[in-house]
Every structure is written in C-alpha cells, then in structure tokens.
Design a protein around this ligand. Structure first.
Ligand SMILES: [Zn+2]
Length: 194
C-alpha cells in the first residue's frame, strides 16, 4: 500500500504541490486507490476536485466509479487544459483514466503542482499490446511518487501487470472492459503457458 509522505502544512501554506501517479493494468485497483487517497483528503476538509476524460463513459457520466462500486462525483472533461480552468483553488486534484487524455495533461499536472496542488493521476501504464500507453510514461517521469498496483492473472493466479484483450478489435480505445479483457502475468500475456 502507498503511504502518503508527510504533507506537513504545505497545503495550508499553498507553497508546495506534488504529482502522484497510480498505474497498473486493468483490474489492478487503480481507481480504488485513487478514491482511497481522495476520501482521506475529503475527510480532512481539503478542497478536492476529480476529473476524467469524457471518452470514458463506461458506467456513469458524472461519477468516478471503481469496480467495487465506491463512488466519488467527478467532472468529465474533453481536453486536459479544461482541468486548469475548472480546478479553481483546489488542495487536491484527482484524475482518473488518465491514459485517455491528450499529452497536454503533463503540462497541466506540472502547472497545478507548481501552484501548490497535490495532483493524483490514475491510469493504465500499458495498452492491450503491452506497449507504454502515452501520455502515462511522461507523467511517471515527472511525478514525485509512483505507485504500480497489480491485478491477479486470470490464467495462472500470479501477479498480473498486463491487460489482455480477448477480442480481435484493434483500436486502442475500446470501452466495456469487463467482458473484453483479462488481467494476465507476462508469461500468460505472451501465451508462453501451455
Ligand atoms: Zn499468468
């Protein structure tokens, strides 16, 4: 589990922001971990806003819904730059499904952090072909804290970090994940098990 570094009074003083990235495959609990961190900030009466790309319409238009049904209200936005306009005077900005944002999300996260905001981004680090999923690699590079969470391989039960697509569909963005994907370990992803 990720243990938050001491934040001290940096949020109150508004001087020091940071970037945290939560990455991993599908079914690895990225959204649950994002929600866990955000809930704790909300309990502490920090001002929290949550954004997700409007392309992600799997479950609900307004809410970040994790697979275990924890719900936090979120704002769908089309472009990464929209977040700068909407984030206002937040203490904490959460971003879900970050891999679906345009590359400006990197600049947006950096600008927010420099203005004193704690920015927490969750997203897939690899696509269904096992390739780095831009713009996530750029965010991993500039973040202060990176947490890689794992799923369980649905073939063999090992830890899984790959998202295996069950259909032959080739487009990078394909919604309706539960039916279309399995979490797999490296060996099972590349079919090296009997
Ligand atoms: Zn496996």
């Amino acid at each position: 589990m990720f243990l938050e570094p001491p934040l001290g009074n940096q949020i109150q003083s508004g001087r020091k922001g940071q970037i945290e990235v939560i990455c991993g495959s599908m079914f690895s609990g990225k959204t649950e971990e994002l929600i866990r961190r955000l809930n704790r900030a909300i309990i502490a009466r920090q001002k929290v806003e949550i954004f997700k790309p409007s392309v992600d319409i799997r479950y609900d238009e307004r809410n970040v819904v994790s697979h275990n049904e924890s719900i936090i209200r979120s704002t769908p936005v089309q472009f990464a730059n929209d977040i700068l306009l909407l984030a206002g005077n937040c203490d904490v900005v959460g971003i879900d499904e970050t891999q679906f944002f345009d590359e400006q999300i990197v600049t947006v996260a950096e600008r927010l952090a420099r203005s004193g905001v704690r920015v927490i981004l969750a997203g897939l680090d690899m696509d269904f072909e096992g390739k780095p999923f831009e713009p996530m690699p750029q965010l991993l590079a500039v973040a202060e804290y990176v947490t890689k969470v794992h799923a369980i391989c649905m073939k063999c039960g090992d830890l899984a970090s790959f998202s295996y697509r069950l259909s032959a569909e080739k487009s990078k963005v394909m919604l309706g994940e539960k039916e279309s994907y399995e979490a797999r370990c490296r060996r099972c992803f590349y079919g090296e098990h009997a």
